[in-house]
Ligand binder design. Structure first.
Ligand SMILES: NC(=O)c1ccc[n+]([C@@H]2O[C@H](COP(=O)([O-])OP(=O)(O)OC[C@H]3O[C@@H](n4cnc5c(N)ncnc54)[C@H](OP(=O)(O)O)[C@@H]3O)[C@@H](O)[C@H]2O)c1
Length: 134
């Protein structure tokens, strides 16, 4: 499947699954926005995309719990449209429920659920224009 000229916004693009997806989709021709809080890791992924022959990604240093509007605005200002949103950023908490601090649960929920809703809401008007996908 070709992704030529498709613009893909990938949260958690600085590591793991999101980084691999960014590199893979860029190899297939996508223009990718990669989002994470760690600028150095985003830069490393951008280098790997370049080595793989993909077009230069947009690196957005941002926190999905705070910066949803800026993430979408920067992507649209840079690429002019959005075709795919990949809601991938997330954290895990492997402790026992009896040890779980509610502030840690709130933090996990904020990243893994609340921010996904807010970012998706911000993206929908742009995805409707391109008949895009989430
Ligand atoms: N690997 C698995 O077996 C597995 C299984 C089930 C579900 N998942 C889910 O799949 C997703 C990716 O997993 P992974 O294994 O690739 O995890 P990972 O290597 O820890 O990557 C997580 C990514 O999320 C980003 N992130 C976390 N909090 C963020 C925030 N507040 N704002 C912006 N970015 C944030 C991190 O970027 P920064 O650190 O740069 O902010 C990083 O790029 C996660 O949502 C994870 O919960 C993974």
């Amino acid at each position: 499947m070709g992704f030529e000229e498709k613009v893909v916004l990938i949260t958690g693009g600085s590591s793991g699954i999101g980084a691999d997806a960014a590199i893979h989709l860029a190899k297939l021709g996508a223009k990718v926005s990669i989002v994470g809080r760690n600028a150095k890791r985003l830069e490393d992924v951008a280098k790997q995309i370049k080595i793989a022959g993909g077009s230069t990604p947009l690196e957005i240093v941002a926190d999905v719990t705070k910066d949803a509007k800026r993430i979408v605005d920067e992507t649209i200002n840079h690429f002019g449209k959005l075709d795919v949103l990949l809601n991938n950023a997330g954290i895990t908490n492997n402790g026992r429920i009896q040890d779980l601090k509610i502030k840690d649960f709130d933090h996990l929920f904020d990243i893994n659920v609340r921010s996904v809703i807010i970012l998706t809401q911000q993206c929908i008007p742009h995805l409707e224009k391109t008949k895009g996908n989430i």
